[in-house]
Design a protein around this ligand. Structure first.
Ligand code: SF4
Length: 490
């Protein structure tokens, strides 16, 4: 066998043997990693490194010039033999299966493994991964006494100095791990046989392409989805419902009998595909826009959710608003206003006061999918009850422009089943758009904001401008969406 099967590869085999085979033999076919995913992976690594402080003075086996996992495994064996009691990224190979564990710590002659998850809760997938790690490590290190998952404690509130022991929650997966040993022996055998067969397994696409993780080879297997009117691009259906159609050989949206569809949101997509033109429910949109009072502004808020609480009184992953942008019209000119909270200080009160102040004269506040903004406002109302009345007044003025779109009152075939602001932006404003921006999603915005903790002033200012541009674009497209609707009504 060329190289051992890592945990990452094994997880892929569990999901789909074709995924596993492509990953091992044709990695160049992998889809490029989105920026959002890169940030999420980086956060996982950062939290893992942070958790090492729970077990100080350990030795990291990966701190070597060569990125060679077989070498790491040898180094781990040597460190254990030499009496070291804490090893970071301890690496083990058993029967051509390779795992690394974040921390291996010896407590009173018993080894305990810890795998860190940048998450508030334990999922079945985490447990399964940990059981696989246990299976390999136990076979290399019979003296392994326990295997724990370390997750972030949702009830931890930062008060004064960060208390790392309270920040993490420890959960043993030993019972599951012992129960599942035979399962991993069997499954790893199937994975090895798949490689030995030397040909790509013939596996059709299905709901498994997204469970438990989105596959890295969608670009290779999901070519059908790129074809015009592919049923795979139908929005507002579960993946299972889409595959129920696909497996009945209904490959095009236009193959669906429109008379059999009850849901308006699906019907509008089918109709748009058949007619190849946008669908616009004049009476519904007209009724919706009649609720908008002038003067109106549009508004978008960006939040930061640090895994490790940064401000006094906050919890892991608490949503911290750091930026809002507002678009409005004055003397027939589009104007914008943005407030940016520096990362060093917890200025949530100032943020709240500013947002209430600049919006107070507007009768309607336009948003696109208000759920995040409402959550932020509700949290601020709890934190600063003296502003409750003003916050409620603000909330009563919100008009969510996503509503008529989600209800199927507007649809364009170019949206390809996607009902987000980003999919509507090119229809609303062909010149401006998210594609030209450095930051193109709220997730990227959040992680880029976090990077301000380590940037110098010049880079920091550049990042601030990029974030404002992104937030302003969200608010601008939202504002223009109303004009877009109104122009169709006139
Ligand atoms: S896209 Fe689906 S079928 Fe193709 S390799 Fe991935 S999981 Fe398997």
């Amino acid at each position: 066998m060329s190289s051992p099967i890592s945990k990452t590869a094994f997880i892929k085999a569990e999901q789909c043997l074709k995924h596993f085979y492509l990953y091992k033999n044709h990695p160049y076919l992998r889809d490029s990693l989105s920026r959002d995913k890169q940030f999420i992976f980086k956060r996982g690594t950062d939290v893992g490194i942070f958790a090492q402080q729970l077990f100080p003075n350990g030795i990291d086996v990966t701190l070597s010039e060569k990125r060679d996992q077989v070498l790491f495994a040898q180094k781990t064996i040597d460190l254990i033999a030499s009496g070291v009691s804490t090893i970071y990224e301890a690496t083990f190979i058993y029967n051509d299966l390779l795992v690394m564990v974040d921390v291996l710590h010896k407590h009173e002659d018993k080894w305990i493994a810890y795998e860190v998850k940048s998450s508030l809760k334990i999922t079945d997938t985490y447990v399964k991964d940990a059981c696989f790690q246990y299976y390999v490590i136990k076979n290399c290190l019979p003296n392994l006494f326990d295997f724990n998952l370390l997750t972030l404690n949702p009830n931890y509130i930062l008060t004064g100095e960060l208390e790392i022991k309270k920040l993490f929650k420890t959960t043993s997966v030993m019972k599951d791990a012992i129960k599942n040993s035979d399962y991993f022996a069997h499954k790893s055998q199937i994975a090895k046989l798949t490689l030995e067969q030397g040909k790509i397994p013939d596996i059709k696409i299905g709901t498994h392409c997204f469970q438990p993780y989105e596959c890295d080879f969608l670009g290779t297997c999901w070519k059908d989805s790129k074809e015009t009117n592919s049923v795979l691009t139908l929005g507002k259906l579960t993946k299972q419902e889409i595959f129920d159609l696909y497996d009945q050989n209904i490959k095009r949206i236009t193959d669906i009998d429109i008379n059999t569809i009850a849901s308006k949101e699906i019907k509008i997509q089918v109709k748009a595909s058949i007619e190849q033109k946008e669908q616009f429910d004049v009476s519904e949109i007209s009724a919706f826009t009649s609720n908008i009072k002038q003067p109106a502004c549009s508004l978008d808020i960006e939040v930061w959710m640090p895994a490790i609480p940064y401000y006094e009184g906050t919890k892991p992953f608490q949503q911290i608003p750091f930026l809002f942008s507002m678009i409005y019209e004055e003397n027939n000119e589009i104007k914008n206003y943005s407030y940016f909270k520096p990362i060093e200080e917890d200025l949530r009160k100032e943020f709240l006061e500013k947002i209430l102040f600049v919006t107070k004269d507007f009768q309607s506040i336009l948003m696109y999918d208000k759920s995040l903004e409402e959550t932020v406002l509700n949290q601020l109302a709890v934190l600063y009850p003296e502003y409750l009345k003003d916050i409620n007044n603000f909330k009563s003025k919100i008009i969510d422009l996503a509503e008529p779109i989600k209800k199927g009152n507007y649809y364009h075939p170019d949206m390809k089943g996607n009902f987000t602001l980003k999919s509507i932006a090119p229809l609303v404003n062909q010149e401006a758009g998210f594609n030209s921006l450095d930051i193109q999603s709220g997730i990227s915005a959040m992680y880029i904001y976090e990077s301000l903790l380590i940037q110098n002033a010049i880079e920091g200012e550049h990042i601030k401008q990029q974030l404002i541009e992104y937030c302003e674009m969200d608010a601008l497209i939202t504002y223009q969406l109303l004009n877009f609707f109104q122009s169709k009504l006139s």
